[in-house]
Design a protein around this ligand. Sequence first.
Ligand SMILES: NC(=O)C1=CN([C@@H]2O[C@H](COP(=O)(O)OP(=O)(O)OC[C@H]3O[C@@H](n4cnc5c(N)ncnc54)[C@H](OP(=O)(O)O)[C@@H]3O)[C@@H](O)[C@H]2O)[C@@H](O)CC1
Ligand SMILES: Nc1ncnc2c1ncn2[C@@H]1O[C@H](COP(=O)(O)OP(=O)(O)OP(=O)(O)O)[C@@H](O)[C@H]1O
Length: 390
Amino acid sequence: MLQAGTRQGLLTSVFRLPVPSHITSRLQAKGTTPPYSIKPAPPSSSRPLLTTMATADPAQQPESAHNVCIEQFSRWIPALSASSYKGQQGKIGVVGGCVEYTGAPFFAAHSAHKVGADLTYCISMPEAAPVLKGFSPDMMVMPYLPDTNDEQAASFRRYEPKLQGIIGRMSALIVGPGLGDDPGTVKVAIKIIKMACERDLPLLIDGSGLNIVAKDPSIIKGYKNCILTPNVAELGRLAKAVGVQLEGPVSTAWQEAAPQVAAAFEGPVLVSKGPADIITDGCTTLSCEVASGLKRSGGQGDIMAGVVATFVSWSRAAQKGPGGGLLPSVEALPITSNLDTASLLVSAYAGCAVLRTASNKAFRLKGRSLMAPDIIEHLAEALEHQFPNA
Ligand SMILES: NC(=O)C1=CN([C@@H]2O[C@H](COP(=O)(O)OP(=O)(O)OC[C@H]3O[C@@H](n4cnc5c(N)ncnc54)[C@H](OP(=O)(O)O)[C@@H]3O)[C@@H](O)[C@H]2O)[C@@H](O)CC1
Ligand SMILES: Nc1ncnc2c1ncn2[C@@H]1O[C@H](COP(=O)(O)OP(=O)(O)OP(=O)(O)O)[C@@H](O)[C@H]1O
């Protein structure tokens, strides 16, 4: 049996903040590693970026942000009932899949399905479509993304009504896994992002989609129904695009700047992926440090995209129902963001916790041979582990 590492050393090295031992022991007793830091005020370069909620007296210790997020999110998980109908548990779209990359959009869509969504759609380039259909009969594949060559044939105009129809049905949309960088494809991806913004559709931008945003941040600036999920290399490109200076070569130390990068986007929530997943809108910052696996196979970020998008669609649906707002315990946290943004922060936190738990469980079985599909197979178990009463 392989052991996954604890996060305490990493938390200290990334944020240079000690984790109080009473928090460590309390959370480890629940089978979790110390999971949080929270920052109530906008970032300032002269102050530490994150502060813990620790107080001198453990009896006065506020409930951990981890527990609060998990409790809040558990109330948003839709009940399974004999009267529910197809689609109620989430209709998740993925825009991606090109000649080079077919795994990434599949991992994102398949993870959404495996964690609980009812329907998944993939809008891909025609060359990727047969491969994607072969991976899974569950995913509906629409080969409507043109490349530069067939853009001249106005293929977007041909498909625009169909795209409007599909996007109108979705409960969340992921743009970018395995999208590639063909200029014709990118143009259409930007049009799809704009369609989503016009409909106030929850949007998650990952992978190649982040390169589009890094070239023109105005595409997404100010859109509050959006989550950006960069790895550290992508974070660096986003930071440069919005004028945030990062020192030295690409490294996880860059994650300290995540709140400033998010603040510069003036709306979207940013999930900076790494040893800790930093979830921030620039006002409130959560750090998810639930134990993960130790193998960094490609595709883990794609899985996270599928899980987080599904969770956001659940939270949005629950908020429309009776009692769908934030629990008083969440309101008691120094979350300075509005209700919609706070629910994105909580949903993203829950998604990171589930992905990391699944990665940890899969790693214990597979060790060095762990690959993305092994993690996907543990998503349901990880969901149950984090939300036993849901
Ligand atoms: N099976 C498929 O179809 C998959 C397809 N995918 C799709 O591929 C597309 C391009 O995505 P991407 O991930 O290859 O490119 P990007 O993020 O620009 O560069 C990554 C590089 O950044 C670096 N780096 C990262 N972290 C670092 C760190 N902590 N510290 C230091 N360096 C660090 C490191 O660079 P290296 O050191 O190897 O030179 C790493 O290799 C995108 O559409 C995506 O969705 C993937 O989802 C995978 C599965
Ligand atoms: N050093 C680390 N320690 C623990 N977990 C990590 C570490 N780095 C990444 N992870 C986990 O893997 C997830 C994906 O991060 P990664 O940097 O691999 O994303 P990515 O490059 O976008 O992935 P993809 O290969 O899908 O494109 C993170 O959210 C985190 O949960």
